[in-house]
Ligand binder design. Structure first.
Ligand SMILES: Nc1ncnc2c1ncn2[C@@H]1O[C@H](COP(=O)(O)OP(=O)(O)OP(=O)(O)O)[C@@H](O)[C@H]1O
Length: 599
């Protein structure tokens, strides 16, 4: 926030988030992501873009100084975005009354094909959403769009509404951080109310209680729908060619998982999920967007469960396509991704984090080149790789630190849920494929803990070679009768004891081994440098691993025992089943069974 510049503009659109998301979309099309909106890197962009809504909606009494502020760059971006598309996306300093047209996503028309090609890896979700939204004026059941952070949920929904040219009211539960702000933000938009100096930056309605909200909401929705019907009747009678916007109005609630953090009385979520039944207005579409899966919300409360649409984590191939878009020299960038992408993908699959982390590394990669348009040959690729090699570990450490943060949000959610009802662990495992919204590092830690609990410590050396991979050569050697017997009794003992305990050092050693498994392209040349840069001397990174470990313990994935009187240190035990461990491993494409001690 401090970085915001001095220029103050008034955004006439009642829904500045739509405006900013349009900018975000343009910026991604034009590849001017960093610095466009807030002169910040793209890793921070999403959060800050969403923070703009907070600033613009902020009550006068909550933050008088920062409300309505934007940077110089965002102001210029707004003008460039609007001129380049000939669509005024915001009426700067305008006092014109708002109309239902201001509930449309600005930025001009965009075709479905353009959206599909702008969001690699999301073809299915986009088409599914279009199908569920249906043709103009078709009623729909509530939708529940969910998936990890930066999975493109918000951007895609907004771009689809831009494509469909239908009005929506967008509220993010990140910036609307209490029930009053959420209610009032929705009502402001529906009542086409603009906060301004003239009205003392007041809201259209003061609304704190859920019952008041439902009454105001019903009234405001009825007005908007009548308004829309009148508009479409006029269009028909005048035979105007203006694109129809229909009679439907959509309410979009983003970052729904955050409601649980601020709604201590647990009234808002049941209210929102009940809206469909309470309103009984077929012209109202409800869309919930969440970073956590539906089962973290519903508890047989009797309301119609929204239709789930899952945005899975991107595969490495998807991320490659996303990052390759808009690159001036695709061949050069592709050769860079060949050597750099994989270790980064092991840490996070978040597009924003990855592009921010890879940007300076790519600049380094290009440093030796006088001609940035060159198509690199094998020799040049090798030279460029050795040029960035010394910097890979520090970049990995950076992204590791950044990517550890958002996952805690999700983990906190899980933690609360599991604390509330630990018996549901088994059920959660059933739907495990959809439920792993945790950072890649946390997943590797979980697997490491599982291996440490399952395998006897004495076999670690034979299961992991010095490079971290499973030493197949050793394992393939035909065991003698005696060894077989010993193994058998060891296995029986293990079964009797259940999951074993292990010290922290063993967990970290296994973690270090498995994250540096052979696939890393840099491993061929750089044997001493593991994929995540987990090196003995790196206190900063290790502290992040410890942070993640503590989250896993809090969430009851790993049990932390009391300190051992002999060793003087804590011992840990994995609490997850083999099925869950295999699912986590599958989501990482990690060959877990290769490392499991079996007879
Ligand atoms: N498939 C994709 N192609 C191009 N850009 C993408 C893709 N997926 C995400 N992005 C970009 O990543 C950024 C974050 O996307 P967005 O805010 O839509 O994600 P989200 O799923 O809503 O995240 P969150 O749950 O954190 O709110 C945006 O700049 C968006 O354009």
């Amino acid at each position: 926030m401090i970085r915001f510049g001095a220029i103050t503009i008034e955004c006439a659109n009642p829904n500045p988030t739509l405006f900013v998301h349009s900018l975000s979309f343009f910026s991604s099309l034009l590849n001017v992501r960093s610095g466009l909106c807030f002169s910040c890197d793209s890793a921070l962009k999403t959060t800050e873009v969403k923070d703009l809504q907070l600033l613009t909606y902020m009550d006068k009494d909550e933050s008088p100084q920062i409300a309505r502020r934007m940077t110089r760059s965002s102001a210029s971006a707004s003008s460039s975005a609007s001129t380049s598309n000939n669509v005024p996306v915001a009426k700067v300093n305008s006092l014109e009354p708002l109309t239902v047209n201001d509930l449309l996503v600005g930025g001009g028309t965009v075709s479905l094909d353009d959206i599909i090609s702008s969001f690699p890896g999301r073809n299915n979700q986009i088409l599914e959403l279009v199908r569920l939204l249906g043709p103009l004026n078709s009623p729909m059941l509530p939708l529940f769009v969910y998936g990890g952070s930066s999975a493109g949920k918000t951007s895609i929904i907004l771009q689809l509404f831009r494509h469909l040219n239908r009005p929506l009211v967008y509220s993010s539960c990140r910036t609307c951080h209490n029930q009053r702000i959420l209610f009032e933000s929705i009502l402001n938009q529906l009542l086409l109310h603009r906060k301004s100096a003239a009205n003392g930056y007041s809201n259209a309605k003061r609304c704190e209680r859920p019952s008041d909200f439902v009454n105001f909401l019903r009234e405001a929705l009825t007005n908007v729908i009548n308004n829309l019907k009148e508009k479409s009747d006029k269009l028909v009678s005048n035979k105007t060619i203006e694109k129809e916007i229909g009679n439907m109005i959509y309410l979009v609630f983003d970052n729904l998982q955050l409601v649980k953090q601020w709604d201590k009385s647990s009234t808002v979520l049941p209210l929102l999920f009940n809206l469909y039944d309470m309103l009984k207005m077929p012209e109202v579409g409800l869309i919930f967007i969440s970073g956590t899966s539906p089962d973290t919300f519903y508890s047989n409360m009797g309301y119609v469960e929204p239709i789930p649409i899952y945005f899975p984590d991107y595969t490495e191939g998807d991320i490659r396509l996303i990052l390759l878009r808009n690159q001036a020299n695709q061949k050069l960038y592709s050769s860079f991704l060949d050597v750099a992408l994989r270790p980064f993908c092991r840490i996070t699959r978040q597009v924003g984090h990855l592009s921010a982390a890879l940007k300076p590394l790519y600049e380094k990669y290009c440093e030796p080149l006088s001609d940035k348009g060159v198509v690199p040959n094998e020799d040049m690729k090798r030279r460029l790789f050795s040029h960035i090699k010394p910097h890979i570990t520090s970049s990995l450490n950076e992204i590791f630190k950044v990517s550890s943060l958002p996952s805690t949000e999700v983990e906190t959610c899980k933690e609360k849920r599991w604390k509330a009802n630990p018996k549901r662990l088994g059920q959660l495992e059933e739907i495990g494929d959809l439920d792993f919204h945790m950072s890649t590092t946390a997943k590797y830690l979980l697997i490491s803990a599982f291996l440490a609990s399952r395998n006897p410590a004495t076999l670690d050396a034979s299961l992991f070679d010095s490079k971290g991979g499973s030493d197949n050569r050793k394992r393939k050697r035909k065991p003698s009768e005696k060894v077989l017997e010993k193994k058998e009794s060891l296995e029986e003992e293990l079964l009797m004891k259940g999951p074993g305990t292990f010290p922290l050092e063993r967990l970290l050693a296994i973690f270090q081994c498995i994250v540096s498994v052979a696939e890393d392209p840099s491993n061929d040349e750089e044997q001493n440098n593991d994929g995540l840069g987990v090196q003995g001397g790196n206190g900063g990174l290790m502290s992040d691993v410890l942070l993640q470990l503590s989250s896993l313990c809090n969430a009851n994935f790993i049990f932390k025992g009391r300190s051992c009187p002999i060793e003087g240190s804590n011992r840990y035990r994995s609490t997850i089943s083999e099925g869950l461990a295999l699912k986590v491993a599958r989501s990482l494409k990690f060959p877990l069974s290769k490392y499991l001690y079996r007879r």
